[in-house]
Design a protein around this ligand. Structure first.
Ligand code: HEM
Length: 481
């Protein structure tokens, strides 16, 4: 009996001591700072939703879970190398090299829209993949049926699903991630998701390596990385994951931004007219807008920036970040390990900066009477340093790249098409917009109708001729088989 009492008593005594120690340590670190508002008691610091799912879907999660300081340092070091690689390939000077690819892919998109305007959503999604696959992986994407694109779309859809607390209980109780499959069957589903994602990543990489070997691989960022791997202290496997992050992060958000543009132009025809007037004035009728026009298209940049602000669907409550040391904010103590969500929706409608926050109003970037206005208009409005792209060391490395890809696409859309709401053939009335979104993080809008109407037959001719010519040249440049 004595032994049983000792057996029961010791763990409780240990827990009590640990509790007393952590409470005192916490108080000392707080130094009398204000308590953060919210539930008191248990500190949920290490249990962020993103943390759980990301660790279950990341190949490198083992090192994150490990308590060994050495392994943790190695993780941070590797992460820094990842960032170095991302910055090297997405820096502003590097982005200039991708300009021909951006112009080519926008041209194909206009051509696709002429052929089947009702499939505008597919064409804009193809554009998002076309750019990243061409620049990052040296692959031409003809349409969304491309096998690798399909695998990527399914893989990314599954990852976004994995964030849902209603489908994966481990998002609420992280410990369940370690429970047996018979108890928590959704763990098996997570492993299936990871296996598929890995499969698509290694498929791309092994295909590229084979093409490098036989000399048929066109220039691409991943090829460049494999040739300069010694400069990064990363393995080929790390590199494959970094390029996966480009595909994962670099296709859905720009696609969403373009779909938002379509929605905004239908809802605000006055702004569509202003954009078209600007593009017509700067570019004229006889040639397509190009990246050199960018400084002269502030209204185009303003509608894009305002669209991203107005519906910051990338991260309405922010991508969670974890504090790696204790911090103080406005007198509040935020302990190390806390998962923080920057509330983007609130920040992007802060009344001081955005007096008419909930309203779609690109004028706030163009008119000196608004607090967000900045000069010169040759450079502003710009997406650089914009809240919607995150903050701190994990901020999106592709704001510059995105600015170029979206500006030239939107300028070309405005040059070539009127976008308007569909009309009911029976009532002859406009079909009211009813936009819904997927129930996931960074959701895509669900299908909605829109009409893409050619503005001018001469422009159709220009697009068709240029697309045919460039496509013929492109085949010589990038086709593999
Ligand atoms: C409208 C377009 C885009 C928006 C609004 C956007 C926004 C964001 C946001 C909010 C984050 C998280 C930042 C944080 O954790 O604080 C992020 C991360 C990231 N974005 Fe973007 N992004 C866009 C386009 C792109 C494109 C085109 C690429 C690549 C070609 C890209 C690559 C990445 C990568 C690799 C990360 C992860 C960085 C890291 O983990 O350190 N993004 N983006």
């Amino acid at each position: 009996m004595d032994r049983l009492a000792t057996f029961v008593f010791l763990p409780f005594a240990g827990l009590a001591l640990w509790y007393i120690y952590s409470t005192f340590a916490y108080r000392i670190r707080r130094h009398g700072a204000k308590e953060v508002p919210g539930p008191k008691g248990t500190h949920f610091s290490n249990n962020g939703i993103g943390n759980t799912v990301i660790s279950s879907l990341s190949r490198y999660s083992a090192s994150i879970k490990s308590c060994s300081i050495l392994r943790k340092l190695r993780t941070i070091y590797t992460w820094r190398q990842h960032r170095k690689l991302l910055h090297t390939v997405l820096s502003a000077p590097a982005t200039v090299r991708y300009e021909p690819s951006i112009e080519l892919e926008t041209l194909y998109t206009l051509d696709d829209l002429l052929t089947s305007p009702e499939k505008f959503s597919d064409h804009l999604e193809r554009y998002a993949f076309g750019i990243v696959f061409r620049v990052g992986l040296g692959r031409r994407v003809h349409d969304l049926n491309d096998y690798v694109v399909q695998e990527s779309i399914i893989g990314m859809d599954e990852i976004h699903k994995a964030f849902r607390p209603d489908l994966f209980a481990c998002n609420i109780w992280p410990l369940l991630l370690h429970a047996p499959d018979w108890l928590v069957p959704s763990n098996k589903t997570l492993r299936k998701y990871l296996a598929r994602l890995e499969g698509s990543i290694y498929l791309v990489q092994s295909d590229l390596k084979a093409r490098i070997k036989d000399g048929s691989a066109p220039e691409s960022l991943q090829k460049w990385f494999l040739e300069h791997i010694h400069e990064f202290d990363l393995t080929e496997e790390h590199g494959a994951w970094v390029f996966q992050s480009l595909v994962g992060a670099g296709t859905r958000s720009p696609y969403n931004a373009m779909m938002q543009y379509v929605i905004n132009m239908m809802e605000h025809p006055d702004w569509q007219r202003k954009v078209q007037e600007e593009v017509d004035r700067v570019v004229g009728k006889d040639r397509l807008p190009n990246l050199k026009d960018l400084p002269n298209l502030p209204t185009v940049r303003a509608v894009i920036k305002e669209g991203i602000r107005y519906r910051s669907i990338v991260a309405e409550i922010g991508v969670p970040h974890k504090l790696d040391k204790d911090d103080f904010y406005k007198g509040y103590f935020i302990p190390k390990g806390t998962i923080l969500h920057a509330n983007y929706s609130a920040i992007l409608s802060d009344r001081e900066l955005y007096p008419d926050g909930p309203v779609y109003n690109p004028a706030r970037w163009l008119d000196p009477s608004y607090p967000t206005y900045k000069e010169p208009l040759m450079s502003y409005p710009s997406l650089q340093g914009f809240t919607s792209f995150g903050y701190g060391r994990r901020a999106c490395p592709a704001a510059n790249f995105t600015e170029r890809t979206l500006t030239v696409m939107v300028a070309r859309l405005a040059w070539a098409f009127n976008i308007r709401k569909a009309v009911d053939p029976e009532t002859k009335m406009e079909v009211p917009l009813d936009i819904n979104y997927e129930p996931t993080t960074n959701p895509k809008p669900l299908a909605f109708p829109a009409v893409f109407e050619v503005r001018d037959q001469e422009k159709t001719g220009i697009i068709r001729v240029e697309a045919a010519r460039e496509s013929a040249r492109d085949s010589l440049r990038t086709e593999i088989d």
